[in-house]
Design a protein around this ligand. Structure first.
Ligand code: NAD
Length: 245
């Protein structure tokens, strides 16, 4: 199809809720990995300077948890991959998740705004590397040979999310914005729906979540339930009938 005749794009924001039924806890789950630690002690730059071993051990554990054999993409990830394959226009997933379940399900246009599992960055030379190895305060940067400067390439609290310019461009040209499994409490992602309403005035906005979020009033449509049920059903509906009812 010629570029000029492509239907409007679909921008999909996902959060921890889309991976919940794959066995990865959200921030809020009682007893989940994230509630067993004080995030201030492991997910800030101050924490890293204060106690590198503690921070690196936490992310080594997180990576092992993500790679556990029972963690696999679920029906919601699969449905979003299907949407990208079968919809004639552009489908872009903007995920807050650091897991790689969207890619494992087959999605190709995935923007990891909070970084991603399997990448490390050198704080000295800023080079990013693919790596699944455990990091320690003695790890050596393969590029600049600095010792103890490698960290997970993940956005910590207080740091700027990645790829924001590209993300805002995707939001501004979309005709449909979906927000899936995200609490609407972590900014700037929580503000994306408002950005769409302001800059893509004709776009439809749909919230798919287990429960209503703080952003509820900014969405035209709300679909509540487990992601593995509501996302495949919604994708099937969009592919069959479009999104304007
Ligand atoms: P959050 O924990 O604040 O909110 C998760 C949302 O998902 C909640 O609104 C909850 O009601 C909903 N939810 C829970 N189970 C669901 C299900 N089965 N189906 C549909 N919705 C469900 O997470 P957030 O909004 O993504 O933001 C917090 C931060 O947490 C992000 O920065 C993200 O990077 C980080 N995080 C990532 C992962 C991951 O990579 N998988 C896991 C936990 C937290």
């Amino acid at each position: 199809m010629h570029q000029d005749f492509l239907p409007p794009g679909i921008a999909v924001l996902t959060g921890a809720g889309v991976s919940k039924e794959s066995g990865i806890d959200t921030f809020r789950d009682a007893g989940g990995l994230w509630t067993r630690v004080n995030l201030e002690e492991v997910a800030t730059i101050e924490a890293w300077y204060r106690d590198k071993k503690k921070v690196l051990d936490f992310y080594n554990d997180t990576r092992r948890m993500f790679r556990a054999t029972h963690i696999a993409p679920n029906a919601a990830h699969a449905a979003l991959a299907r949407l990208e394959q079968e919809y004639d226009g552009e489908v872009t997933i903007i995920t807050q998740n650091i897991d790689l379940l969207h890619e494992q399900a087959g999605s190709r246009r995935v923007i990891h705004m909070h970084g991603r599992d399997g990448e490390v960055r050198c704080m000295h030379c800023q080079k990013v590397f693919e790596s699944d190895d455990d990091l320690t305060p003695a790890s050596v940067c393969p590029n600049c040979i600095s010792v103890g400067e490698l960290r997970p390439n993940i956005v910590w609290f207080g740091e700027m999310p990645m790829h924001l310019e590209e993300i805002y461009q995707v939001l501004e040209r979309c005709g449909l914005f979906l927000s899936i499994g995200t609490s609407g409490e972590v900014y700037p992602a929580a503000g994306f729906v408002l950005h769409v309403r302001r800059h893509a005035a004709r776009a439809r906005t749909v919230e798919l979540n287990l429960e209503a979020t703080d952003n509820k009033t900014l969405f035209h449509e709300h679909i509540y339930g487990p992601a593995t049920e509501i996302v495949p059903a919604y994708v099937a509906r969009v592919l069959a009938r479009g999104w304007r009812d």
